[in-house]
Design a protein around this ligand. Structure first.
Ligand SMILES: [Zn+2]
Length: 299
């Protein structure tokens, strides 16, 4: 033993720190019975790395979606003299106020819920059931609530609380002109079904947290996460996730599902944008900007 090591040894004994040699001996005994420790360690490191990589991909996609979609349809920015057909739920500089992955995921869930409600609402408004009800409501109110017009009347929700079972207190009757000038309340349906992706998003966040925070139990027979009481809550959704392989496979499956849904969602938004621009402007935005370019070049 060299002089410094002797010094060190003395210090350890003096301070009552466990003897390094003793600790080494203990760890040898503890690790002796774990087969393929190195291989298992590598597997866990790879799994954690893949989970982080997959999360970054989803996070990037989420940032795109919540800053480009999910906001209001048709916003006129009078300051910038710009017309936005679809705005983002959050502005890019607001992303900083959503520091955690979970918070961004929650914004995305709100967007999906809103889309879902809008879809359910539109389907209902086009149904025979609503058309019949609407005739009754128009007969009941007889004229436009705002201007008294008696032609071209239609019924509109003022409350969605009794959606599907409306009575006269849930609607107002407006003429075509007044209806156009009305700002529509955001559609929020009670008891609407959760979009099927919700459960997956919940699991994705929970599994990601496990891989980010829970240590491995090196002494379990299988490759398992530590389920000491302090980590128990991580396995609330599914106790099978204690098994690293099970957790990893489920996580990757969910990631694939989410990534498959995102392009579908983007397609839907694109279609909406096209529909709105052709209704409003009589042509597509792309053509408008091309016309504009042509005009500029001829001037
Ligand atoms: Zn009117």
């Amino acid at each position: 033993m060299t002089e410094d090591l002797k010094e060190y040894d003395k210090l350890i004994k003096e301070k009552g720190i466990s003897d390094v040699n003793k600790m080494l001996e203990e760890s040898k005994i503890l690790t002796k019975n774990i087969p393929n420790l190195k291989e298992r360690h590598e597997k866990v490191v790879a799994a954690r790395g893949n989970v982080i990589e997959a999360s970054v991909k989803i996070e990037t996609a989420l940032n795109e979606l919540i800053t480009k979609t999910g906001g209001e349809n048709l916003v006129i920015d009078s300051e910038k003299k710009e017309l936005h057909l679809i705005t983002g739920a959050k502005k890019e500089n607001e992303l900083g106020s959503l520091p955690s992955f979970k918070k961004r995921m929650n914004v995305f869930k709100e967007i999906l819920k809103k889309k879902n409600d809008e879809f359910t609402f539109t389907e209902y408004i086009q149904s025979e059931e609503w058309k019949k009800k609407q005739i009754d409501f128009v007969k009941h109110f007889k004229k436009c609530e705002l201007c008294g017009e008696t032609e071209q009347l239609s019924a509109h929700h003022i409350s969605y609380a009794n959606f599907g079972h409306e009575s006269v207190s849930d609607v107002k009757v407006l003429c075509w002109q007044c209806q156009l000038e009305q700002k529509q309340n955001p559609i929020k349906l009670p008891n609407s079904h959760e979009p099927p992706l919700f459960a997956d998003l919940e699991k994705f966040v929970a599994l990601r947290d496990i891989f980010a925070h829970v240590p491995i139990s090196w002494f379990a027979k299988e490759l398992e996460f530590d389920d000491n009481p302090q980590y128990k809550h991580f396995f609330k959704l599914d106790s099978k996730w204690k098994n690293v392989r099970v957790a990893f496979e489920e996580f990757m499956g969910i990631q694939k599902n989410i990534l498959a849904v995102i392009p579908e969602y983007v397609k839907q938004v694109e279609l909406e944008r096209k529909m709105m621009s052709s209704i409003l402007l009589g042509t597509e935005l792309k053509n408008v900007s091309e016309d504009d370019k042509r005009d500029n070049s001829t001037n």
